[in-house]
Design a protein around this ligand. Sequence first.
Ligand code: NAD
Length: 499
Amino acid sequence: MATQVEARTYKNYIDGQWVDSTTGETFPNINPATGEVLGYFPKSGKADIDRAVAAAQRAFARWRAVPAPRRAEILFRAGELLVQRKEEYARGMSLEMGKVLKEARGDVQEAIDMTYFMAGEGRRLYGHTTPSELPDKLCLTFRMPIGVVAAITPWNFPMAIPSWKLMPALIAGNTVVFKPSTWTPQSAYNLIAVLEEAGLPPGVVNLVFEREVGVSQYLVEHPGVSLVSFTGSTATGTAIATICARQNKRYSLELGGKNAVIVLADADLDLAMDGIVWSAFGTTGQRCTAASRIIVERPLVEEVQRRLVERARALRLGSGVDPQTDVGPVINEEQLKKIRGYMDIGRAEGARLLCGGEIARDGDLGRGYFFQPTVFADVRPDMRIAQEEIFGPVTDIIPVDSPEEAVRVNNATPYGLVTSVFTRDVTKAMRAVEGITTGLVYVNAGTIGAEVHLPFGGTRNTGNGHREGGIGALDVFTEWKTVYIDYSGRLQKAQIDVA
Ligand code: NAD
């Protein structure tokens, strides 16, 4: 069911003004379910990046001087506006990205939660006070903003992920150049429109759309940028890290995943199946937290396979805005081909396709980028389909002989984002929690469901050790200033004036 939307032309937001790009060119924002053009966005060039960074640099001196509780008031207003427009923004997101409305609402809600959570930090931003080793001396720490933050984001959480970067950056007193994914520009526009309306001063946030990776890379390299906050693929993250390392620039990376649901022999299977279906096929498998491996103790393998195939076949594909739809399209043709390619790889490696495995072309589906929910069986842990991020509605069943083997298999991928474990035995659950080396672990829940006030991020190639979410996010967007105040009236020497 196509929804006709007027194809409006949008602008960049630089120094408090909505402006055309210096190239004068635009690119279309395409609905991946129908191929329909939803709007046109500026194809920016390097000159637009220069202007945006210069505006952010100018605004930094003013913004960092605004007391954090005042900065917070703007964020609280932005949160309220997002609440008011949640339905409209969710619908726009569903159209441009494909995720079903229920999940798009969740994406906007996550942005609301993060905005309020970080606004609350405006009255905390705690440092430490601690005794000195010397008398008549005070020691304390403050958080300092870092400068201009380049926020570069993927398309799969078009509003939530930008909010994870923008809100902590802003509350801490940084200014931002936001470069959203080419595939979801509308949601980026909506978020910035709200911040503008909430009263953010000119230059504090700047939004630049682009179509060329080179322009995005130019932003990373820009000497006026002090911190790059990136979420996306591991390959892009590594390229960004290499540039930043050469410039001693701060950078935080949230990258790919190859997550697993572990089903132990004593699991509540009804609950586990609900968790697996949601985690493997929710957001069409296009979540960094998607479960693309189901590690099952052997006694349950047949039953899990049977039930999963039944559930996967029953999922209805369609446009995300259609209330009947369970699984939306994938984001674009390139992604569709990549997923299709993994079907040949899996078969060649000896995995058995239980269901799906093809591009879906029936009726209206042929107009968009749809892939059948797919389950592979007889998967060995070292197969490419069990090691590489496919980022589509595809999951593998990997049989194991013990809970210990399940944990070993779980940990043996290049990624380390999420694991979930289903068991009724608290001892087995705790042993698994102890042994699992991913950044997030769920017990008796799927791999999806992070909350904004807890740390989010992964080990190994999923990132570079930073966490988004929680107050730990502030560690990315601030540096510590340590202050010693000596009121003894004489020159005291630490480590030397010992009794
Ligand atoms: P991507 O790496 O292709 O692109 C991400 C962003 O980087 C986009 O804005 C893109 O335009 C930009 N970009 C691409 N090449 C660049 C370069 N050389 N220099 C600077 N910028 C560049 O990723 P994607 O396809 O948009 O997103 C999917 C990936 O994101 C998956 O791997 C997924 O696991 C990951 N992801 C991770 C998390 C997490 O928190 N760990 C969350 C969501 C998505």
